[in-house]
Design a protein around this ligand. Structure first.
Ligand code: KIV
Length: 276
């Protein structure tokens, strides 16, 4: 049965880990739901792992809607969170308009946005309008340029305190969960203990209330770079390459299609065709 935002809060209370994974299309959503993933994230990481951009910055609302619809069709029994893309939530008005579209048109159950204290009023406006929100702090890929690249955050006292303040501000504004990305495990643990809402970690250690990974990283489908925090559980990229190479070999050798992949005319039709 599809979980809701209260279930995720209860899971934190019961110390039951929350399972989140990204998905971008019908098959990835379907497989994840079959496997038992509890929360799917249509991440704007789709810009990098599906669309081939160098960052998440070029991802548009149209991209997000297109992929969110496919994920919702593939996983009707799973809670779906859709990312608000870069520059789509710079004001409360734009956040409400775009967040509303992700729920109404895309079919998502919640939206996620990157940023801390500064975005608390936007989070509050979304929540007041009835849109469940997941926060995202630490390494925020949409603004990685401002962070000096895809770097671990919260390494000094000042930035640890800032991350703590950001997390509390998002909770106060009404977010029902927060993604903590790329920070020392002790920092994520501190924030997880300070909050009543669940934390979902990626590169933030095992103390978070849940974990999230990018589908393509988990399955070995994205080779451009592999952050330290990624564990690859399968190597589908290599399997896909070998499969396509075998297809190429067999077609060139005339081995595919074989008779079992081929339709055949009935003998009587054949006879009449050739006047036998
Ligand atoms: O876009 C994304 O996939 C994300 C995860 C890395 C949390 O935001």
């Amino acid at each position: 049965m599809k979980k809701n935002i209260l279930d995720f809060g209860t899971m934190k209370l019961h110390r039951e880990k929350i399972l989140m994974l990204t998905a971008y299309d019908y098959p990835s959503a379907r497989i994840s739901e079959q496997a038992g993933i509890e929360m799917l994230l249509v991440g704007d990481s789709l810009g990098m792992v599906v669309l081939g951009y160098d960052s998440t910055v070029p991802v548009t609302m149209d991209d997000m809607l297109h992929h969110t619809k496919a994920v919702c069709r593939g996983a009707p029994e799973t809670f779906v969170v859709a990312d608000l893309p870069f520059m789509s939530y710079v004001s409360e008005e734009s956040a409400l308009f775009n967040g509303g579209r992700l729920l109404k048109e895309g079919g998502a159950d919640a939206v996620k946005l990157e940023g801390g204290e500064y975005y608390a009023p936007v989070v509050n406006a979304l929540v007041n309008a009835g849109i469940p929100v997941v926060g995202h702090i630490g390494l925020t890929p949409q603004t990685a340029g401002q962070l000096g690249g895809f770097k671990v955050q919260g390494r000094d006292l000042e930035s640890v305190e800032k991350l703590s303040r950001d997390a509390l501000a998002l909770q106060e504004a009404g977010a029902f969960a927060i993604v903590l990305e790329a920070m020392p495990r002790q920092v994520a643990e501190k924030i997880t203990l300070e909050l009543t809402i669940p934390t979902i970690g990626i590169g933030a250690g095992a103390s978070c209330d849940g974990q999230v990974l990018v589908y393509h990283d988990l399955l070995g489908l994205f080779e451009r770079f592999k952050p330290k925090f990624v564990k690859q559980y399968a190597n589908l990229g290599v399997q896909a390459l070998e499969g396509i190479q075998a297809y190429i070999r067999e077609v060139k050798a005339g081995e595919f299609p074989a008779l079992e992949h081929t339709f055949t005319l009935a003998d009587d039709v054949l006879e009449r065709l050739y006047g036998g």
